[in-house]
Design a protein. Structure first.
Length: 218
């Protein structure tokens, strides 16, 4: 097949300039980072040796002194010695064997779950995504949206926050300084407004809310 110089010139001239392509790639990476920062799940992108490639805002907030995972000098570390081998075995198997898994790390009250997801298809550099568990059933912003959507009173909104954090009605009553009967009445009102037939169904409605973080960040 013969291709004349005019056709070749058109093909090359139709391609975006190198500077423009680099700018588009830079914008794409920037937008992706902004998107990840809006999610109320901690996300860590690492290589098989635990080298940090990217972390979103939620992950940086979650990885405090009590979390079983730590970031030290751009390197992912397990805080407890018994977690070192399971963690790095999972990273290696994800990168090498395309294997995903659920890990439970830590001990006592500092236990936490994370999902290990391989990202090594059709890419030059393989990576591993770690999805950290949420610290609450739903974030404060999602609970606030839920309360506004169904017209909950301030007192009912506080009860909703307590339920979403796993507190029992008796504990909510004690923290609010009211009788348990008051809290039960408020729960009945929340269920009636939201259409939930039980506390379990109410919690399910909260669990499936979009995991977005508040614009009013610390």
């Amino acid at each position: 097949m013969l291709v004349n110089e005019t056709t070749v010139g058109r093909r090359f001239s139709s391609a975006p300039p190198l500077a423009e392509r680099r700018r588009a790639a830079s914008l794409s990476s920037h937008w992706l980072a902004l998107v990840l920062d809006e999610l109320d799940y901690g996300l860590l992108l690492v290589d098989a040796s635990g080298g940090l490639l990217h972390s979103n805002r939620a992950a940086r907030q979650v990885l405090n002194e009590h979390h079983p995972l730590q970031l030290l000098g751009g390197q992912l570390r397990a805080r407890f010695s018994q977690d070192i081998k399971p963690l790095f075995d999972a990273l290696l198997q994800a990168e090498r064997d395309d294997r995903r898994c659920l890990l439970r790390l830590g001990e006592g009250q500092d236990r936490a779950n994370l999902v290990v997801v391989p990202l090594n298809r059709d890419v030059e550099q393989a990576a591993v995504l770690l999805v950290l568990e949420r610290q609450e059933l739903c974030g404060a912003l999602a609970a606030q949206w839920f309360a506004l959507r169904y017209g909950l009173t301030p007192a009912e909104s506080e009860v909703l926050k307590g339920l979403s954090s796993g507190a029992r009605p008796t504990s909510i009553a004690e923290s609010q300084g009211v009788a348990i009967s008051t809290v039960r009445t408020q729960i009945q009102s929340i269920r009636a407004k939201s259409g939930a037939r039980s506390i379990r169904e109410l919690l399910r409605q909260l669990a499936v809310l979009p995991p977005l973080v508040s614009a009013l960040r610390n």
